[in-house]
Design a protein around this ligand. Structure first.
Ligand code: AVJ
Length: 358
């Protein structure tokens, strides 16, 4: 999104000609215009013409992909969601003290299902909840509408400002007032080190002195546990992985047959991330109409679809330091499998013991 839009709109944050809809307590701002499609065309062209073919992980999340991800979260093998929720059970009241004396925005990057936000809202000390505006930011319209709609049904005093945007591109479209930002699920792990640094720096760039940023990170643990989480027995992860091709087919007039590919997910011990690939079961020729491109994929060749980094505290600390953020509180579960890190912008007054975490 161009900076001009954001600059002129710090307070009202609604510009003439901008696509905005309002319904009761719900307002949706659309920052996904032609830009988004251009970006997708470019991403797919880049990815399909490299030696190691790849598709950026953000294209998993069409309506079906989001649904499949929710199903992955319910499998016995996929521990991250359950673990993060259990950490939230313990930590939410402390975190939501943020709204005890003053209201503000509760911003969620990549809104997905609204389970985690519910944990926070349910445990907000009185009278905080009435002062919160929930601001989900997502590239999926269906996700945004569904998650916002459900929340409004259950929390009558809540105001929602949905922002349709690609938060890896720009955060300048977000409101600038007092806010608690959240980025759950270890989605940060889908980004390479430079990409993650970039994102954290731009989050840092929109933070005021008293704002907080709650970041979910999946931690390094025995390989078997990690690999099982990305190879669930019911096959939801496989469907999720293949669905990225169905998404490309629909958006870009391509003719990939998802069934021509098998799901491959393994932990790379050198890089400490899970790699997901789609591996061709036969020689495939696919046409991507909107790019005027034909792609040849040899039997056994893979399309790389995702990395999911697993962090150590040291790696995480280095990332925060590079982004100008410091830890105010570090929450984890009894096994240390997942971390929920509360961060603040660096040049604020540090609280006792605040900068390095426990
Ligand atoms: C939503 C990015 C956190 O990386 O674990 C789940 C996505 N991919 N199974 C993850 C995912 C395969 C998930 N995140």
């Amino acid at each position: 999104m161009d900076a001009a839009v954001a600059k002129g709109s710090e307070i009202g944050f609604e510009m003439p000609g901008m696509n905005s809809t309002r319904e009761g307590n719900l307002r949706i701002l659309n920052y996904l215009s032609g830009d988004h499609r251009e970006k997708m065309l470019d991403d797919i062209l880049q990815g399909m013409t490299k030696r190691q073919k790849s598709i950026p992980a953000k294209y998993f999340y069409d309506a079906r992909g989001s649904q499949l991800f929710d199903q992955i979260c319910m499998t016995p093998e996929y521990y991250p969601t359950k673990t993060e929720l259990s950490i939230l059970d313990q930590s939410a009241p402390g975190i939501m003290q943020f709204f005890l004396k003053e209201g503000g925005d509760l911003v969620e990057l990549g809104s997905g299902s609204n389970q985690k936000i519910r944990k926070l809202l349910d445990r907000t000390p009185y009278p905080g909840r009435g002062r919160i505006r929930y601001v989900p930011v997502d590239i999926s319209r269906s996700c945004l509408l569904e998650s916002a709609g459900e929340l409004l049904e259950d929390y009558e005093d809540l105001t929602v400002l949905g922002v349709l945007a690609d938060f890896t591109q720009s955060l300048s479209v977000l409101p600038r007032g007092r806010k608690l930002l959240t980025f759950f699920g270890s989605t940060i792990g889908n980004l390479t080190e430079p990409e993650a640094l970039n994102l954290l720096r731009s989050v840092r760039g929109i933070m005021n002195r008293d704002d907080r940023f709650l970041l979910g990170m999946d931690m390094l643990k025995p390989i078997e546990i990690i690999e099982a989480a990305y190879n669930d027995r019911q096959g939801f992860t496989c469907d999720f992985n293949r669905n990225i091709l169905a998404h490309i087919d629909r958006e870009l007039g391509a003719d990939f047959d998802p069934e021509d590919f098998e799901h491959l997910a393994f932990f790379n011990t050198g890089t400490e991330w899970v790699e997901m690939h789609l591996k061709a079961r036969r020689n495939v020729t696919a046409r991507i109409e909107d790019l005027g491109l034909s792609v040849e994929i040899k039997k056994g060749e893979t399309i790389h679809t995702e990395i999911c980094r697993k962090f150590t505290r040291e790696r995480a600390q280095r990332l925060f330091q590079g982004a100008g953020l410091s830890v105010s509180r570090w929450f984890t579960d009894s096994r240390g499998w997942f971390s929920l890190v509360e961060l603040q912008a660096n040049d604020t007054k540090k609280r006792p013991g605040g900068s390095t975490g426990p």
